[in-house]
Write a protein that binds this ligand. Structure first.
Ligand SMILES: *Cc1c(COP(=O)(O)O)cnc(C)c1O
Length: 398
């Protein structure tokens, strides 16, 4: 064992992190160990749907932790049964498998589709996914992703993923063969910079997949659990997919994810799927608390209203600073910067005590807590306005 030269050195250096160490969070606010306060519009990448350390999640975790942590995934436990039932009651799906991360849920969706192909489609196993799509960081989910930066990594990739273009039905049709079993997409491509599939495209995709007997898989890890103003994004398009994955917001800050399937698509047999911590009562208790709060009609309505307010405020900033479009839905929005200055804006905002995210060099993405207030939006917009004003010359140089 070697002694790390600096406490930071003991962690694998997998991404560029600012040197602050965060010690506390409450709602839309975070504090570092020097006592500096930050207004957080990243929220753990759209994870903390009720903000940092919401009381209802903390209480659910505390109560469940005293009662039962992990009986074994081979036994039933009450919170996972309750949460599965609640998700089935609130969606078009019939069965749920719980996972610990979004990538693991998507890995399960890919396995489920391949199983369906083996059982019902003569071994068809190819899944059509989309350029720009992001489905996670396991080998199969990186292979399913259409992220350019992933292309040279960890070869050879898992075979069986063919990439179509978002909102281009012809590009999907052109990839369908007798080996195809499913089409998989994010209703809004989040990591790619918040690029929505149109409702019409989702409807056309549903019709096309039905016509060819293919499964339609929606990756709602970022868009699900109220993020876009409906509990699940697919509801906007009025379609019923065969398979859906959830992650991020479903745990309100703790690691929980889910794979949901309609009865015909839910075809795992004993031995096909499992996992030590899957469906553990502690995380499912948190999920239940989140779903109870976020799933209410009033709360979902408030997301739509606050989302419109954020959108109009961003639009105002864009006009003032000569920036591009505001896109997205609900509280998953992006501001087009027109220039590759995203990283610089994020770094300057950090100094101001404002946490922003730039998923692509020319875009900022906003994914605040779903209960963010108008005052907090106002404070964020003021901070970003100051940063944009200051970087006026930087923009010309960039
Ligand atoms: C974040 C994300 C994932 C991966 O989830 P992890 O919990 O990081 O494994 C997959 N798909 C989408 C759309 C995501 O936003």
């Amino acid at each position: 064992m070697t002694t790390a030269a600096h406490p930071y050195d003991a962690l694998m250096d997998i991404t560029a992190r600012p040197p602050a160490v965060f010690v506390r969070g409450e709602g839309s606010w975070l504090w570092d160990d020097a006592g500096k306060r930050y207004l957080d519009f990243v929220q753990g990448w759209a994870v903390n749907c009720l903000g940092h350390s919401p009381a209802i999640v903390a209480e659910a975790l505390a109560a469940q932790s005293k009662r039962l942590l992990t009986p074994s995934p081979a036994f039933y436990n009450a919170p996972s049964l309750k949460l599965a039932k609640a998700l089935v009651d609130r969606s078009c799906f019939d069965q749920v498998f719980f996972a610990n991360s979004g990538a693991e849920a998507n890995e399960g969706a890919i396995k489920l589709a391949r199983k369906y192909g083996a059982l019902h489609k003569n071994g068809a196993h190819e899944i059509i996914t989309f350029a720009g799509g992001f489905h996670g960081r396991t080998l199969a989910t990186m292979s399913a992703s259409g992220k350019k930066a992933f292309e040279p990594l960890f070869e050879p990739k898992v075979p069986g993923f063919r990439k179509a273009r978002l909102n281009d039905l012809t590009s999907v049709e052109g990839l369908i063969t007798c080996k195809t079993v499913a089409v998989m997409l994010e209703p809004i491509q989040g990591e790619a910079g918040v690029w929505p599939a149109t409702d019409r495209f989702l409807q056309a995709l549903r019709a096309l997949t039905r016509q060819h007997g293919l499964l339609l898989i929606v990756d709602e890890i970022q868009t699900g659990i109220g993020r876009t103003g409906k509990l699940f994004h697919y509801e906007h398009a009025g379609i019923e997919p065969d398979i859906m994955t959830l992650g991020k917001g479903i745990g309100g800050g703790v690691p929980l994810a889910a794979l949901l399937a309609s009865e015909p698509a839910s075809c795992f047999e004993h031995g096909d799927q499992g996992g030590t911590f899957n469906g553990n009562p502690l995380m499912c208790a948190a999920g239940l608390a989140v779903l109870e709060r976020v799933g209410s009609a009033e709360f979902l309505q408030s997301i739509t209203e606050v989302g419109r307010y954020l959108e109009s405020e961003l639009q105002r900033l864009s006009t003032r600073h000569g920036l591009g479009e505001v896109r997205g839905r609900g509280l998953l929005l992006a501001l087009d910067l027109k220039l590759p200055i995203g990283a610089s804006i994020v770094a300057q905002a950090f100094e101001e005590g404002l946490l922003l995210n730039s998923p692509q060099p020319d875009a900022l993405r906003f994914m605040p807590a779903l209960n963010v207030t108008r005052d907090e939006i106002g404070a964020m917009v003021d901070g970003l306005d100051r940063v944009l004003k200051r970087s006026g010359t930087a923009r010309l140089v960039a």
